[in-house]
Every structure is written in C-alpha cells, then in structure tokens.
Design a protein around this ligand. Structure first.
Ligand SMILES: Cc1cc2nc3c(=O)[nH]c(=O)nc-3n(C[C@H](O)[C@H](O)[C@H](O)COP(=O)(O)OP(=O)(O)OC[C@H]3O[C@@H](n4cnc5c(N)ncnc54)[C@H](O)[C@@H]3O)c2cc1C
Length: 402
C-alpha cells in the first residue's frame, strides 16, 4: 500500500471550521483540497443546550460526515498524530504520511474529563450529567425532568472552554423548569464559577446579573473551581481560588463542565504556543512561524470566545488570506475577534451577546440585545440551525451577524 499522499491544501478536522473553509475554497475553484477527519459523524454542538433542556432530540444535532464533505474535496478518514511543519508533512494514526503545500489546522479542542477527580466513573449516571458530549447530553434532560427538589449544582471551569455561555444556559433552563413544575421553592440552584464574572463582556454580564441571577435567586460563587466529585456521598469539592479554602457541596443533580485544552497531538507539536494552542496571528490567522499554515476555531490561539459563531467570522478571513498567499501576496484581511453567544435564559427567552476582542458589543439587530427576548430565542431555536447546516458548512456568506 502506498502510504505517501499529497494535497495542495490540507485541512485537519471536518468540524464547523474545517468544513466551512473547505466549502469556501471549493466555491472559488481551488483544486487539491483534502480533509483529514476520523469521525463518520458531524455534530452541531450548539444544539446540545436545547437537547439538555428537553427542547429537541439529540438526533437533530447529528449528521453523516459523508454527506457534508463538500464535492471536490478528498476525505481522508484518519486522524493526524504528528506534525512536521518544517518538511510540510504530517503523520496519521494509521501510519500515512501526507505532504501538503498549505495546511489549515482545525481539529477543535479536547475535553479533559479526567481533570475532575471522580468524574469519568460517574458521568451520565447517579445525578451527574453534562451537555458537553453527544453521549451524555440526554442525561441532562433526564436529571432536570426527574429532579424533585434539593441542590441543583452547576459549574464553570477555568477557561478557555468552548461556548463560555453553555454552562450557565443549561442552569437557566433547569431553574425555569423547576418553576414550571412548582418545585423551585424547595430547590437551591448553585453555580460555582472559576472566573470573577458571570460573562466576559461587561454589557451582558450586567444584564444577566440584573435580569436573571438576582431576580431568580440563583446562588453564584465566583472564583470557585469544582475539582472533585464524591459520588458515594453525592458531594462535590470546590476550591476558593482566592483563599484556597475547600467547600463540600452536596448535590441532588450536578451538571458538570470539565476543563478543556488543545488536543494533545497539537500541544506536543512545533505548531503550538506555550499554552498548547495553534500559534497564529490574531488578525490574519496565519501561523507566526510557518507562513503556509493557518488555524481557526477551537484549536487556534485566537483570544476570543470559542464558538461556531466566531468560526463564521474567521473562515472568510482565513480564505481571503490563504488566497493572497497562494498568489504570492501578503495576508491582508483582518479578523477583529467577533464572537457571539446566544444566552438562553429560559424556555422562550434569550439574550444575544455579540462582541469583539475588546469586548465591545457588535450587535446585529437595531435593538438592545442585552434584553431577554422571545425573538432571539426563536432565532436560536429555528434559524441558527439553518444558518449552520445550509450556510456555514456550505461556504455561503449569509448576512453576517456582526
Ligand atoms: C454544549 C455546547 C454548546 C455550544 N453552544 C454554542 C452556541 O450556542 N453558539 C456557538 O456559536 N457555538 C457553540 N458551541 C461551540 C461550537 O460548537 C464550537 O466552538 C465549534 O464547533 C468549533 O468548531 P471547530 O471546527 O473548531 O471544532 P469542532 O466543530 O469540534 O470540530 C473538530 C473536528 O476535528 C476532528 N478531529 C479531532 N481530532 C482530529 C485529528 N487528530 N485529526 C483530524 N481531525 C480531528 C473532530 O472529529 C471534529 O470533527 C457549543 C459547544 C458545546 C459543546
């Protein structure tokens, strides 16, 4: 078997970032595009908040990868294991060597379930659930639905994580559901948040505090990091990051979000920065040491909130800059850090956060998006999935939410 393969443009990852870049490149007539992707399924992860809240079935978030790889791209069904960017070459898990002229690195991030002691053993059962994987997302709704009162505990780990709003969105849905079921008065809803504020961009942090957390009596502990689960006694251990004090918190249901990091094979490669992420210019998305390498999405070092919405703003910049480099020109298009987070605050309510690197709001609509609205919930529930499947993944430039 010939284990040596060549692609002029090689894309790592058939996720939101990889597929959208591939589709855009093919639309402008690029040839020799290959995508390395090990999974036969693609997941629309933003739907998992709604799955966990019992609003849609998890199957709605899953499609066959084969149907999404754009026509004209070669799918290499394998996983990258090692980079050799000085030689424009990489190795795969199955022992292939692949050469390229240009490389786009978009394998997403890795969820470090093991970094919370006791979590891998109990995940998805005995009151412990998480929206952060297809395999466990149904356990969230099961827990919310069957909650009879007591302590409902949620956490936000030390960042960066993907979709920094997701850990609190599911808490707001749960709290709303407990009200609807008339068990809110015998329930305590507690959020252990490793960061000092509820949300990065101040405008939305204030809105969440005033419109949601205070009036709905949600107990929030900032700079508190959940690090251990004791399933036998149904308790979690949480560290106060200022004082080091350890709190023992009993739970009746626990929605857990573990720390996340760059995939190990990226961390260990010459492409990584000190923190392990693919080391690219935050404006041009071009690698700082290897000019024929680009990265966007969750695996990249871009200092913005890691979302599919950010990918939507990043991918046309990457494509424009790659085309410039192919023509022998400088990468001149700039990404300003646009990201968005549809903060579901209850059944039928949503605050649509949109902001840039400076945390300045970059709102799409001609009204104040920091107010809870049904129209924005409708957008998340019914329109955004279409924008994802039929817009982003097909390389279409929809009117940008920017
Ligand atoms: C619960 C939850 C809620 C979210 N909510 C929102 C939201 O409301 N709005 C929003 O915009 N974003 C949301 N996100 C975040 C969004 O899903 C991600 O930011 C986005 O998918 C990132 O795209 P990506 O292509 O970088 O990574 P991914 O989409 O994760 O894709 C990475 C791909 O790389 C592949 N891969 C992995 N390892 C290798 C390897 N070794 N070789 C080759 N390929 C590899 C994977 O199989 C995968 O297909 C949410 C995420 C979660 C988990």
């Amino acid at each position: 078997m010939d284990n040596k393969i060549y692609h002029r443009i090689l894309i790592i990852g058939g996720g939101a970032a990889g597929l959208s870049v591939a589709a855009q490149l093919l639309r402008v007539g690029c040839k020799g595009v290959g995508i390395i992707e090990p999974s036969d399924k693609h997941y629309y992860q933003p739907a998992w908040t709604l799955v966990g809240g019992g609003i849609i079935n998890r199957e709605k978030s899953e499609r066959q990868m084969a149907g999404l790889i754009p026509a004209g791209a070669a799918w290499i069904r394998d996983a990258v294991s090692e980079f050799d960017p000085a030689a424009n070459r990489l190795k795969t898990r199955d022992g292939k060597e692949i050469n390229y002229d240009y490389l786009i690195v978009a394998p997403g991030l890795q969820i470090d379930w093991h970094k919370i002691k006791g979590l891998p053993e109990v995940l998805g059962k005995d009151g412990v659930c998480s929206n952060y994987s297809y395999d466990t997302v149904e356990s969230t709704w099961e827990n919310i639905r069957n909650f009879k009162g007591g302590n409902a505990v949620f956490n936000f780990p030390l960042p960066p994580i993907k979709c920094a709003g997701a850990p609190q969105k599911i808490m707001y849905l749960a709290e709303d559901y407990f009200r609807k079921r008339k068990i809110r008065d015998k329930s305590k809803v507690v959020y252990y948040c490793a960061t000092p504020t509820i949300f990065e961009a101040p405008k939305y942090a204030q809105a969440l505090t005033e419109q949601v957390i205070k009036p709905r009596n949600i107990e929030v502990h900032f700079k508190h990091d959940l690090f251990e689960i004791r399933a036998a006694s149904r308790e979690v251990l949480v560290r106060n990051l200022d004082t080091g004090e350890i709190i023992v918190q009993p739970y009746d249901m626990l929605h857990v979000v573990p720390p996340m990091s760059a995939p190990d094979f990226v961390k260990q490669s010459p492409l990584a920065n000190q923190a392990g992420w693919v080391d690219v210019s935050k404006e041009t998305l071009q690698h700082v040491r290897y000019p024929n390498v680009f990265s966007i999405g969750d695996a990249s070092s871009l200092p913005t909130s890691k979302t599919a919405a950010a990918v939507r703003a990043q991918s046309p910049v990457l494509v424009a800059n790659l085309l410039s480099v192919l023509r022998g020109q400088q990468a001149a298009a700039h990404y300003r850090g646009y990201t968005s987070c549809p903060l579901v605050t209850g059944y039928g309510k949503l605050i649509l956060a949109e902001f840039d690197y400076t945390l300045t709001p970059r709102e799409t609509f001609p009204f104040d998006q920091s107010k809870e609205r049904y129209s924005m919930y409708f957008l998340k529930r019914h329109i955004m999935p279409l924008m994802y499947w039929d817009g982003l993944l097909k390389g279409c430039q929809w009117p940008k939410l920017e």
